[in-house]
Ligand binder design. Structure first.
Ligand SMILES: *Cc1c(COP(=O)(O)O)cnc(C)c1O
Length: 222
């Protein structure tokens, strides 16, 4: 199937209140143009240099979402144009993003990444760490970032019940954090969860933002 057909069949499963991030990492700009041609405007990248190169050459009305593990020394390259950073996995990183954003007079949208999977390799705050970090209130002094919600990845497994349980817990944490710290802030509204293999479960469990790569663009060649 073509990229456009893939998008059509995925779109048929995504309700209008859920946004689709087309994860174009490791795929050429030509692939992005095909998705763009059928109306897609949000693209997700996981490497700073790759995202910057694509930003330079492609249409300026694209929203670029950074979904990878961000190194502090590279923040400055994406801050001028990034729409949303999904994977903020430490308080230190949040502070650094704030610093770089202040330098260019911007407010950068961020999601805090929560470790919900059983694998040890996935980055993120544990639920306890997140609650402790927010409790200090220090983050309120960071004027150049906006915490827009949470992001997480379920364990890579065929066990759908396990995936559902993990995503369900992430939604519960999101609701808890929203009511404790962000009840007055309409900008805290995004729960980024769901990938090619589990986006339908994620939508059922309350995702507002799904990140779909291989089901749109095919397998990646690293
Ligand atoms: C690569 C990636 C995706 C897309 O994964 P697919 O299984 O290809 O849909 C989604 N989220 C993150 C954080 C990723 O790194």
């Amino acid at each position: 199937m073509s990229i456009q057909q893939n998008i059509q069949s995925i779109r048929a499963h995504i309700p209008p209140n859920v946004r689709l991030v087309c994860v174009s990492k490791f795929h050429p700009s030509e692939a992005i143009k095909e998705a763009y041609a059928v109306g897609e405007r949000i693209f997700g990248e996981s490497k700073v240099q790759e995202m910057c190169e694509k930003y330079e050459t492609l249409s300026k009305d694209i929203s670029w979402h950074f979904i990878g593990h961000l190194q502090t020394n590279k923040i400055k390259f994406i801050v001028p144009f990034v729409s949303l950073i999904h994977g903020v996995d430490s308080y230190k990183l949040l502070v650094e993003i704030d610093k770089q954003a202040a330098k260019v007079g911007k407010k950068v949208n961020c999601l805090l990444q929560i470790h919900i999977a059983q694998e040890e390799t996935k980055f993120g705050f544990s639920p306890e760490e997140l609650l402790q970090t927010l409790k200090t209130g220090e983050w309120k002094n960071l004027k150049n970032i906006q915490i827009c919600g949470l992001m997480g990845m379920a364990t890579y497994t065929d066990n759908h019940e396990q995936i559902r349980t993990e995503l369900h817990e992430l939604k519960a944490l999101f609701d808890q954090v929203k009511s404790l710290y962000f009840s007055e802030e309409s900008s805290f509204c995004d729960l980024s969860m769901g990938m090619s293999d589990d986006y339908q479960i994620a939508i059922e469990e309350g995702s507002s933002l799904v990140r779909v790569g291989s089901s749109i663009f095919g397998t990646r060649v690293y």
